[in-house]
Design a protein around this ligand. Structure first.
Ligand code: SF4
Length: 285
């Protein structure tokens, strides 16, 4: 079986920088990461070994030093932590920061903020955490909540598929033709690069494997995109999750990975795929 790699894949600079910051902080003493710094169990284990514990909420924070994740955090949450006496470090990716700034700009123009993304996702919670009023749109049906709004300002969660975002913006304009709509494209460049690269890859392979943890939104989106483009696609967290039965009659496998997947996990999956043998009858061993 031939394995073809996407030319843009795997860990992005935002996640790498956040991990570097976390490991740097552990050199000075214990640190608590508020939320999942990265959706990858191997990296989480490495951070825990280095002395960084994970907390899901403020009540669980046991150390004076707190690190906020690359997904970004609402200003009021950060401020509250500082007022409570924590030493707060913020690993927010600059490209998530750009989305917060875009929302500020749209608010200053008197627009109702519309976030295209996944309600409840940590990045989206950070984006709306300082807002009194907003609408999260994940599908066309959600647009109905915008009835009666005259001025709208639209941004997107950084890891949303650009195509889906543009479709929703077009649907919004069509549904409310008299509304004054301003859209700022905030899908991040690494996400765009990975999605474009996957489109090229799909044309060259029979099946796609996406390496990414089950919590990784952008890995899930890559898997969905590959399927939408007409290829069977499976998301695996590591090499152990590959199933031989997926590869019956497959000659060429396309390999890509989400932005929180470390290189060594991708290499292990690649090696495992290359070691699989496709027999003449189509059986894989
Ligand atoms: Fe930054 Fe994009 Fe990576 Fe998120 S996916 S950390 S926004 S580069």
């Amino acid at each position: 079986m031939e394995v073809r790699m996407a030319d843009h894949m795997g860990m992005c600079f935002g996640v790498k920088d956040a991990i570097t910051m976390a490991l740097g902080l552990t050199q000075r003493g214990p640190v608590t990461i508020l939320g999942d710094l990265v959706h990858n169990d191997d990296v989480v284990a490495e951070l825990e070994d280095a002395g960084a514990t994970r907390a899901h909420g403020r009540a669980d924070v046991q150390t004076r030093t707190v690190l906020l994740t690359a997904h970004g955090t609402a200003r009021r949450v950060k401020l509250q932590l500082q007022q409570d006496g924590y030493e707060v470090h913020d690993a927010a990716c600059p490209l998530v920061h750009r989305v917060h700034q875009a929302i500020d700009k749209l608010l200053a123009e008197g627009r109702h903020p519309v976030i295209i993304g996944q309600a409840g996702h940590v990045e989206v919670r950070g984006l709306v955490g300082d807002l009194d009023a907003y609408t999260i749109v994940g599908r066309v049906g959600d647009l109905e909540a915008l009835e009666g709004r005259a001025r709208l300002g639209v941004v997107a969660q950084t890891t949303q598929p650009l195509e889906k975002v543009l479709e929703l913006v077009a649907a919004l304009r069509q549904r409310f033709p008299s509304a004054d709509v301003r859209f700022i494209d905030t899908v991040c460049q690494p996400t765009k690069d990975r999605q474009e690269s996957l489109r090229r890859l799909v044309a060259e392979c029979d099946l796609v494997i996406v390496v990414g943890g089950p919590e990784s939104n952008n890995s899930r989106k890559l898997t969905e995109l590959a399927r939408r483009l007409g290829r069977p696609a499976y998301q695996v967290a590591n090499a152990a999750e590959l199933r031989p039965e997926w590869f019956q009659d497959v000659q060429t496998v396309g390999l890509t990975a989400g932005t929180s997947t470390p290189d060594h996990v991708i290499s292990q999956v690649k090696a495992q795929l290359e070691s699989m043998r496709v027999h003449e009858c189509g059986r894989v061993s």
